[in-house]
Design a protein around this ligand. Structure first.
Ligand SMILES: [Zn+2]
Length: 369
């Protein structure tokens, strides 16, 4: 610790006989301060003084007391080393744009990882998003706000009026345009610091997805495509497990939502979830086969229901998945809320549930891995 500094995100308040650092229940401590014993020390922790200089200034405290106080504040996460400067690969624009992120990351930083390193980890990550509809466009936005450095978005739709209750990347002037083109316009204006690529294509097999993963060289896949029904989750699952790429997936129904993740070689895959579901609903296999084989237009029209996803539900899933991705980038599977668990929510009551998932040794997709 060369230049100890009380992190600027923590306010300092000198009360009668005590000093409070930080506000709120998560981020505050009070230091007993009889006769202003620690006042000079706390004021010296401004990132401009070395330990030696602080010792010279604070004559009311011994060097041992000063070192112990700084160590304690450091262990509690209130102090950072102001001599650590951002890596050279940050542009001025990035430092300004992400300054509030950095303030937040300073609440996480440790001796090992600085706030700049957290931001750098996000910037060097590439996420492939399959589907930029309601949830996908909210995820795009959330990931861009976090500063994910590269996003490749895949879709084959055009912007329709009925999209505009929830698909935040598009507006009324863009009706009829390809979503990929309209999204690019929005993203380039919103955050030109990130690389946003689009691919206009309809996915029709797991090989298609594996090719997208391979050619984009992405680190993480987001599956929020809802078409083709009965296939897409299975295809994404196969491609992600085969290519060893983690995947985050979300779906909004009418009033319910569902989120799960797949961490190949570690967690249950989507086919494992299907095996779980079969135990509860043995006729699910027949149902799935029937859905997959509807060829008759009348029957298809009767089966397919119109979209009933509300904007706030898509927004909720967008930020949930963005947080999951951030947690995964920073800490791997350690802090993932959906690790081997499927999250579900009833949006009318906001009742939430995490269902434990089983990884099956006989799973035809992930068992060999
Ligand atoms: Zn599996």
């Amino acid at each position: 610790m060369k230049l100890p500094k009380i992190k600027s995100i923590h306010s300092v308040l000198f009360l009668k006989d005590k000093i409070r650092i930080g506000m709120g229940t998560d981020y505050s401590i009070e230091i007993e301060n009889p006769d202003e014993k620690y006042t000079k020390l706390i004021k010296s922790l401004d990132g401009r003084n070395t330990i030696e200089e602080i010792t010279e200034k604070c004559v009311t405290l011994s060097k041992g007391e000063i070192l112990e106080s700084i160590d304690t504040l450091c262990d509690l996460g209130y102090i950072e080393d102001n001599s650590i400067k951002p890596e050279l690969d940050f542009s001025d624009a990035e430092l300004q744009r992400y300054s509030v992120n950095l303030n937040f990351f300073s609440t996480l930083d440790t001796d090992v990882i600085s706030k700049y390193e957290y931001q750098r980890q996000l910037i060097k990550t590439h996420v492939l998003i399959l589907g930029i509809g309601g949830i996908g466009s909210n995820i795009c936005l959330s990931l861009t706000e976090l500063g994910i450095g590269k996003i490749t978005a895949v879709d084959f739709d055009v912007v329709e009026y009925s999209n505009l209750n929830r698909q935040v990347l598009y507006n009324t002037e863009q009706l009829g345009r390809r979503k990929t083109d309209a999204a690019k316009d929005f993203m380039n204006k919103f955050n030109p610091e990130i690389e946003f690529d689009t691919i206009h294509m309809e996915i029709s097999s797991s090989d298609d997805i594996e090719k997208l993963i391979f050619e984009s060289n992405c680190d993480i896949v987001v599956n929020v495509a809802d078409y083709p029904t009965g296939y897409i989750d299975f295809w994404v699952n196969e491609a992600c497990v085969r290519s060893n790429t983690p995947c985050f997936s979300a779906l909004v129904g009418k009033k319910n939502g569902r989120i799960y993740s797949i961490v190949p070689n570690k967690s249950a895959c989507f086919y494992c979830q299907y095996l779980d579901d079969l135990k509860i609903r043995p006729d699910y296999e027949e149902e799935l086969e029937t859905v997959r084989n509807i060829r008759n237009k009348d029957e298809l029209d009767l089966f397919r229901t119109p979209n009933g996803a509300l904007g706030p539900a898509c927004l909720f899933h967008g930020y949930f998945i963005a947080y999951e991705i951030m947690r995964y980038i920073f800490w791997g599977t350690d802090k993932l809320l959906t690790y081997n668990k499927r999250f579900s929510i009833d949006f009318m009551s906001f009742q939430q549930e995490f269902t434990e998932l089983n990884k099956y040794s006989e799973c035809p997709v992930c068992s060999e891995r």
